[in-house]
Structures are given as structure tokens and as C-alpha cells.
Design a binder for this molecule. Sequence first.
Ligand SMILES: Nc1ncnc2c1ncn2[C@@H]1O[C@H](COP(=O)(O)OP(=O)(O)O)[C@@H](O)[C@H]1O
Ligand SMILES: CC(=O)OP(=O)(O)O
Ligand SMILES: [Mg+2]
Length: 428
Amino acid sequence: MYILAINCGSSSIKGKLYPIPSQPTQPLRDCASLSVSNIASHGERIKVKVNWTEGGKGLEEEGEDGGNVEYSSLVPMLLGKLTTSGSVNKADIHYVVHRIVHGGTHEKGLVITKDHTEGLDEMDKLSEFAPLHNHHAVLAVRSCLEALPDHTSFLAFDTLFHQTIPPETYTYALPPAHKPIQMPIRKYGFHGLSYASIVRSLAGHLRKREEEINIVVAHLGSGASACCIKGGKSIDTSMGLSPLEGLIGGTRSGTIDPTAIFHMFEDPGADGGLEGIQVTKAELVFNKQSGLLALAGTTNFGLLLSRLSNPSDPEHGQAALAYSIYLDRLMGYVSQYLFKLLSTLPLSSIDGIVFSGGIGERASPLRKDVLSRFSWLGAEVDEGKNESKEIEEGVKEITKQGSGLKGWVVETDEEGWCAQLAREEFGF
Ligand SMILES: Nc1ncnc2c1ncn2[C@@H]1O[C@H](COP(=O)(O)OP(=O)(O)O)[C@@H](O)[C@H]1O
Ligand SMILES: CC(=O)OP(=O)(O)O
Ligand SMILES: [Mg+2]
């Protein structure tokens, strides 16, 4: 018997397959991981990967241009590759847990079966507040219900981890909405499954209880957010009502003055024309045509770094400005959250700054640039460790021994946390 975790990000689909342990006390260990990356990247081909630690033979393939890919075909394709490359049969997968970015006001995850799919329509409606995510995740849930004959689904929400944010932080200074809405307009916060997995991994590494962890985390992927974590709990995060607020993303503007919307378009409220969901033209542009794409002409942060390091590259100047803007916004949130922690805790109780996500885990120059701006707090980057690709059990310190403020790379494990939540729900 297996549980499969599926994570539909804005530029990727990631999955992990776990044999269900015979005892509830045994840890979940994945036997396979699967991914499609470069989704929605015009001019880059999608990359499909399946890796087996046991029970199968891995594969790595390139597919069509990410900009032209039909999203609904991707999960059935991945399931096909998983079952043909390894010894698992579709009927052996008894549970599938899906990452759903916006869970609205739900305080826990939702169980879905072939005969009870009401929750899916609600999740699809919430695409209004997560236009790059919820609809695609709902397509993934429906594909699995179709392809895997006998399983129960669980929906795990990014928003769950941020329920501990206090009202003074989640409340916007707005009057009541002027139209009926599905839920209150306020900060919800996202990437919560990632933050929960990071707290667990770092606590394990430091041999502390999760309640003792005080960190600022920068989860930097196609979507980027920062989180202030005190006593293992979220007390603030940069994303808001939707994953658009806060830091700059691959194609997302992050925080801007809201009046820019009315100066950029004649008709900001016109239908954006996104397939399957309702979004306005303005939301489409701020979600899909802004961010690094608008600043640097690419969403590929690795390419941005290589242009930055080569002064003779014709794109060097543009890359340098894009990088400085990205770093400026990142410093804004990281410093703000560090000061939130320092206002109630001594520096010695703060475990440090954590970098995670596709960019956070790989972009060593960015980590160095952030940490070196905290040298006045005693942060001392260990160049060797920061540059090294080696990482044990998903956690690596990148500052020197004795550094006054520590820096870390912690690999996000959103799929692992999804599987953990499903385990608690189904009791295996
Ligand atoms: N070697 C690299 N250096 C810096 N950034 C990278 C590298 N490889 C991938 N990335 C960036 O990681 C991001 C994708 O991160 P990921 O967390 O997988 O995204 P998501 O989950 O939001 O789809 C992309 O912006 C990509 O450019
Ligand atoms: C919430 C969010 O932006 O997720 P991702 O970075 O996976 O697109
Ligand atoms: Mg992601």
C-alpha cells in the first residue's frame, strides 16, 4: 500500500511516493519522486523526471515548450511514467494527498472521494484568490480520481500554517467589501506546508522541540515569500489575500502601489481570458507577465545569476538591476521579520535565517548578499559551505561556527508535510 503526494506549484508539479509503514511509529520514507518543471516558461522545454530509491528505474526526459503545455495532461502523464518505470500498480496507491494553495477559511484539510467531490468545486472557486494554483491543483485531483481506481484523496492547504498570525497582522485597513465575497478580505499567507516542513527539519537537526524554533525563512521559488516563525509558529508572512502580495516572483509583481493598476490599463477589470477560471486583465498581468520576467526578460534565476557574473554579457546591465531590485525587496521583509523576533527575544534565542525553494536552495550569491548585510549582527558566511552542493538530511548551516547570526539552507519538503498531514487524518 502506498500514499502519493502531489504538489502543483506555479512552474512545476512535484510528487513523492511513500510505502505505508506497517506501524504508525515508523517514519514515512519516500521510494520515488517525480517532477515536471518549466511549466508555463515560454521558450523552455518541460523537464520530466522520475527517481526511484528502490523498486524502479529512473527516467529523465524533455517534452514540449512549457508555454504551450496542456496542464490537464501532465498528472496523467506522470502517473503513467511512475507506474511503468517501477513496481507499483495503480491499485496499490490507496491515498493521494494534494497540496492546495488556497484553503480559504478552512482550519483543516478536506477528504475527497469519487462520490464526495463537493469540496473540489469550492477549491476551484478559490482560484479567484490563487489564479496560478488552485484550478491546476483541482485538475490534478480530478485526474487522480479518474486514473487511480481505488483511493481516498486528502487536500492539504498552504494556508493552514498561518492560522496563528494575529489579527493586527492579518487585518487590512479596508472598509467592508462592496460586493458579496466567499471569505473575508485579509492576509491568509501561503507556502505554509513548506514552512511547517522546514520547522520540523531544523528542529530535528538542532535536536530541539519545534516549539523552540525562532527563525526567519525565505522560501524563494517561482512564487517567493518570507515568514517570521516564533516558537515554531507563523506570526507574519509576506503573501496576503493571494500569493501576489509581498516579494517578487518569477512572473509576479509582488507588492506595488494598488493605484498602479488604474494607470497601467484602460480596462483593468476586463476578463483576462485565462482558461478555466475568472481573472481580470490586471490580475493576469500582475501574476503572469510581471516579476523577474518583466525585469530581466527571464524567469530563470540561474540564467540571471550567470548574466550578472559576466560583465561582457549584453544583458548584464538589465540582470544587475533586476537582481538588485529582487535583493532590495527580500532584505525589506527579512529585516522586518528579524526585528519582529528581536523585539521580544534575545539574538541568542534566534536560530537564524533560512533559505529554501528552487532559488533559495541554489542561489548561493543571493544567500551571501543577504547574510553579509547582517554582519553588524555578527553573521559570518562560510564561503565553502555556502557554495557546496552537499547537504545532509536536507539541512546545511552556511555560516561559520560561532557566527552571531546563523544562516541555513533547508530543503523544502512540501510533499513530506502533505503526507504527514494525511497520515494524521487517516491514522496509519
Ligand atoms: N541553479 C539555479 N540557480 C538559481 N535558481 C534556480 C536554479 N535552478 C532553478 N532555479 C529557479 O528555481 C525556481 C523554481 O523553484 P521551485 O521552488 O521549484 O518553483 P515552484 O515550486 O514555485 O514551481 C525558478 O525560478 C528557477 O529559475
Ligand atoms: C504559493 C506559491 O506561490 O506557490 P509556488 O511558489 O509553488 O508557485
Ligand atoms: Mg513551490
